[in-house]
Write a protein that binds this ligand. Structure first.
Ligand code: OOG
Ligand code: MG
Length: 266
């Protein structure tokens, strides 16, 4: 992964403001590489960092991080074959059973993920799935509402990294469980929309074991000069492809062993 930087500070600020404007006003923009074809993944993370700093400056607390593009289903759907990470802020969180507004979103989609809550700091390089499990307090089921700010949900890796991995909202709930009591390679999940099964898969679709996705995230954080603090909430990436939602849709993700997470879009 090239963490090389090609954009100067002014370009990073301009692109960050463009993404932030699209997020706050819920309108789609062309992918950033249309204007900056030479943009690297490192440039994408520089824009993402600038975006996170603006969020923190607005006084919003960071809850944790998300891994993305960690299953074949997601990579195939999005045409990108390298995982990415993004940050999760407190104001993106919605309780289970919530009504989730769509007026402030562009073209939302939902995806089922296993979330981890950590009890010890994790740091790369060389962080492993075993290290992650040892530092995990509990796991719980989650649904991420992604909402690419790019027209047609079409992007490449530098653009989607800059757009914070399309993150918009997330819902966690169900039953928190001790990871050691489960086999996280084989947990089944069924996503229902308006009572119909629209996607299904098993947790091992995420890099063989979702803890591997968290380890990957910790190792990318290391490349960015950061660690994963104790008490972080981490989403390990969509198990199945993401499914589009619109006002009036009822969504429920049913996880084996972890219970279910429901929400309604309005
Ligand atoms: C990028 C975000 C990917 C996941 O879980 O794979 C992601 C996208 O698909 O728009 O959150
Ligand atoms: Mg996701």
């Amino acid at each position: 992964m090239s963490m090389e930087l090609t954009l100067d500070h002014d370009a990073v600020v301009r692109l960050c403001e463009r993404i932030e404007g699209a997020q706050l006003r819920a309108h789609a923009i062309p992918k950033l590489t249309d204007e900056y074809p030479g943009m690297t993944i490192g440039d994408g993370y520089a824009v993402q960092l600038a975006l996170r700093q603006r969020w923190l400056a607005r006084g919003v607390r960071q809850l944790g991080w998300k891994a993305g593009l960690t299953s074949r289903a997601k990579m195939k759907q999005m045409g990108v074959d390298v995982p990415s990470i993004g940050f999760l802020m407190f104001d993106m969180f919605r309780s289970e059973g919530s009504e989730i507004g769509t007026a402030d979103l562009v073209h939302p989609r939902v995806e089922c993920e296993v979330a981890f809550v950590t009890k010890a700091e994790l740091r790369g390089p060389g962080c492993t799935g075993a290290d992650v499990l040892e530092a995990t307090d509990f796991v719980l089921p989650a649904v991420e509402v992604i909402d690419s700010r790019f027209s047609g949900f079409k992007f490449d890796l530098p653009s989607v990294v800059a757009d914070n991995g399309s993150s918009a909202r997330f819902v966690a709930g169900g039953r928190a469980r001790i990871a050691a009591e489960l086999d996280l390679r084989t947990l089944g999940v069924v996503l229902e929309k308006n009572g119909e099964q629209v996607a299904m898969g098993a947790s091992g679709a995420v890099l063989g074991h979702p803890a591997e996705a968290v380890a990957m995230l910790v190792n990318i954080l290391h490349e960015l000069g950061e660690t994963l603090p104790a008490g972080s909430f981490v989403m390990s990436g969509g198990i199945t492809e993401a499914v589009a939602v619109k006002p009036g849709d009822n969504v429920i993700a049913r996880f084996q062993e972890l219970g279910s997470v429901a929400m309604r879009f309005v």
